[in-house]
Design a protein around this ligand. Structure first.
Ligand code: 8Y7
Length: 273
């Protein structure tokens, strides 16, 4: 069992990805896309996701920011339906304090912040809301982060950033027992940075917190395999297995059923004599 505040998860669990950006469910108007999002969430849960991560702001490389009220309009109805109708455990993927507040008020159980609570008011909101938080490392901002990421020692640099954000959380009154850390694969990182972070992921365990890893379908896997985004499932599964072997407690993934199998097999090997 992994305890995050009042939230209980399996030792190793899957966070299923549910994007609610307008381009995610391109089947027309609001009602269609709302229903499509709920059906996708049901699929993620039936395949074994412990958390559904709902995001209304695209953070893909090159993407630009979305306004606060637009993001709330996208995210809140879906979070509310998932929490109340499906009884799902929902995390809200956002950097904005107003979105955090709105989502938690309708049932979100966790905050997933790719900016590690650095935006205005985010630390305070997370402290007040009292839910678990995932702090992710990113170099730069999504629009430009892949232009020329640079590190001295990528593992050390990410470690130091996460250590500093952990201290900021503690100072703001966010208890350590509800903080998850994430190196932020693909966020201001080229292939070699992502590979070093995955290979040496266990070093981040020295920070004393559970780790989340998200490599599902990411471009590093495209660079290595030559596959387009919708053909990267097998490559994604391999990264999930390596991440679990190297200490990850939560895997953020699109292909939940396959990821669950990968985790089972990896853990069986880890537990063998
Ligand atoms: C991650 C993430 C994305 C990740 C955490 C994508 C929102 C890009 N990636 N959150 N979000 N960790 N914590 O390709 O790696 O899914 S969006």
């Amino acid at each position: 069992m992994l305890k995050l505040g009042s939230m209980q998860l399996p030792d190793v669990s899957v966070m299923g990805v549910l994007n609610v950006t307008p381009d995610s469910f391109s089947d027309g108007g609001r009602y269609n896309s709302h229903d499509a999002a709920l059906r996708q969430a049901e699929k993620l849960i039936s395949e074994g996701a412990s958390i559904v991560d709902v995001g209304g702001e695209s953070t893909r490389p090159g993407s630009s920011a979305v306004g606060e009220s637009e993001e709330i309009d996208r995210v809140v109805p879906v979070v509310e339906a998932l929490a109340s109708e499906l009884g799902a455990t929902v995390s809200v993927d956002t950097t904005k304090s107003a979105v955090m507040r709105a989502a938690v008020s309708v049932g979100a159980a966790m905050i997933n912040d790719v900016r590690a609570l650095q935006d205005d008011g985010a630390l305070e909101a997370a402290a007040e809301l009292g839910v678990p938080v995932c702090l992710m490392h990113m170099q730069g901002m999504p629009r430009t982060m892949q232009d020329s990421p640079e590190y001295g020692d990528v593992v050390k640099d990410v470690y130091n950033f996460l250590e500093q954000r952990l201290a900021a959380c503690e100072a703001a009154g966010i208890a350590r027992d509800r903080i998850v850390l994430d190196p932020g694969f693909g966020f201001g990182k080229i292939v070699e940075h992502n590979l070093s972070l995955l290979k040496h992921l266990r070093r981040l365990k020295d920070l004393g917190q559970p780790l989340l890893a998200g490599l599902s379908r990411k471009s590093t896997l495209g660079h290595i395999t030559g596959r387009e985004v919708d053909a990267r499932m097998p490559a994604s599964i391999v990264t999930a297995a390596i991440a679990v072997q190297n200490g990850a407690s939560i895997i953020r993934a699109h292909d939940v059923a396959e990821t669950v199998d990968a985790i089972k097999v990896t853990r069986a090997v880890m537990e063998a004599k």
